[in-house]
Design a protein around this ligand. Structure first.
Ligand code: NAD
Ligand code: UDP
Length: 313
């Protein structure tokens, strides 16, 4: 019998990483979850501790590590603006040194590496919606730059390792994703609105709320990552839900979903907050036979159920 595939998931105790851990463990593969627990929680992967196919390592990806693995899912990096701006220099180090260390590991052991990149590489886009061919409009010295430029250099490193060392790489440009296990203090918009609504607090709208995003439910996203890792496509590819929505509209949906009529609290918007964001997913459809299946309405319902349980336990 063939031995199970050995997966390393960096950032495996975080929001997306822990869902990926679940999926691979349920598929009978071996998983090493590596995390420094900055925004990740042991609780997210606690159910697997003690399983012989699962290992948990506390480690920071800015330091090298040697492990024997077949696939590296490189997700380690805080994703919420409030978290990645907490220590921007550390965020840039995590993206650059972390990706450099993981690519070095991939090269040494002949593993395939998937980078969790981001739609933020498009910056505040002048092209709408955004195809992978768009090169972005990014401020190199703003509040978001530590994250955005970090991910851009991480993509560069992947392709240079591929060209110089024939390292097999996959690059997912992930658009806003939401679902169970987001932290209540995560700072991202869907979790903020749900948590505020559950506490009968006004919903915090940055700016006038006319900026747009396109939200993907976590299960769809994880399916996309798995299809990408299994594919032979080594260029960046958008993974996201193309259903675009204004932030104000989102606030109204969450108000009515939770049967509330909460007021809005308008707050100053940060510089470089992208005005519009929507993925073109033709490439993912063609190369991966992937498209999202879960509607915003169903996804928000599932996320509300999670937070209801979170606050009642
Ligand atoms: P998250 O903050 O929940 O998870 C990140 C995980 O990485 C956490 O467990 C954290 O503790 C860990 N981590 C951070 N720095 C580390 C370091 N130096 N060493 C080891 N571990 C470290 O965020 P998420 O939403 O799960 O995002 C996961 C990945 O996906 C990130 O790389 C993020 O940039 C990317 N991404 C996410 C989204 C989204 O909407 N969720 C969108 C685009 C890209
Ligand atoms: N946003 C908001 N209220 C909040 C949190 C976020 O209006 O409580 C806005 C934010 O300004 C941005 C959008 O919602 O325009 C998405 O923010 P998020 O932090 O979720 O993701 P990102 O900006 O990284 O896409």
């Amino acid at each position: 019998m063939a031995s199970p595939l050995r997966n390393l998931i960096t950032g495996g105790a975080g929001f997306l990483g822990s869902h990926l851990v679940d999926h691979l463990m349920e598929a009978g593969e071996e998983v090493i979850c590596l995390d420094n627990f900055f925004t990740g929680r042991k609780k997210n992967i606690a159910g697997w501790i003690g399983n012989p196919y699962f290992e948990l390592i506390r480690h920071d990806v800015t330091e090298p590590i040697l492990l024997e693995v077949d696939k590296i899912w490189h997700l380690a990096c805080p994703a919420s603006p409030s978290h990645y701006q907490f220590n921007p220099i550390k965020t840039a180090k995590t993206s650059f040194l972390g990706t450099y260390n993981m690519l070095g590991l991939a090269r040494r052991v002949g593993a395939k590496l998937l980078l969790a990149s981001t739609s933020e590489v498009y910056g505040d886009p002048e092209v709408h919606p955004q195809p992978e061919t768009y090169r972005g409009c990014v401020n190199p010295i703003g509040f978001r730059s530590c994250y955005v430029e970090g991910k851009r250099i991480a993509e560069t490193l992947c392709h240079d390792y591929m060209r110089m060392n024939a390292t097999e790489v996959r690059i997912a440009r992930i658009f806003n994703t939401y679902g169970p296990r987001m932290l209540p203090n995560d700072g991202r918009v869907i979790s903020n609105f749900i948590v505020q609504a559950m506490h009968n607090e006004p919903l915090s709208i940055y700016g006038d709320g006319s900026q747009t995003r396109s939200f993907c439910y976590v299960d769809d996203l994880i399916n996309g990552l798995i299809k990408l890792m299994d594919s032979s496509y080594s260029f960046p590819i958008n993974i996201g839900n193309p259903e675009e929505i204004e932030i104000l509209q989102l606030a109204n949906i969450i108000n009515s979903k939770l049967r509330k009529d909460l007021e809005f609290k308008y707050l100053e918007i940060q510089d470089d907050d992208p005005l519009r964001r929507q993925p073109v997913i033709d490439l993912a459809k063609k190369e991966l036979n992937w498209s999202p299946k879960i509607s915003l309405d169903d996804g928000i319902e599932k996320t509300c159920q999670y937070f209801r349980k979170y606050y009642s336990s």
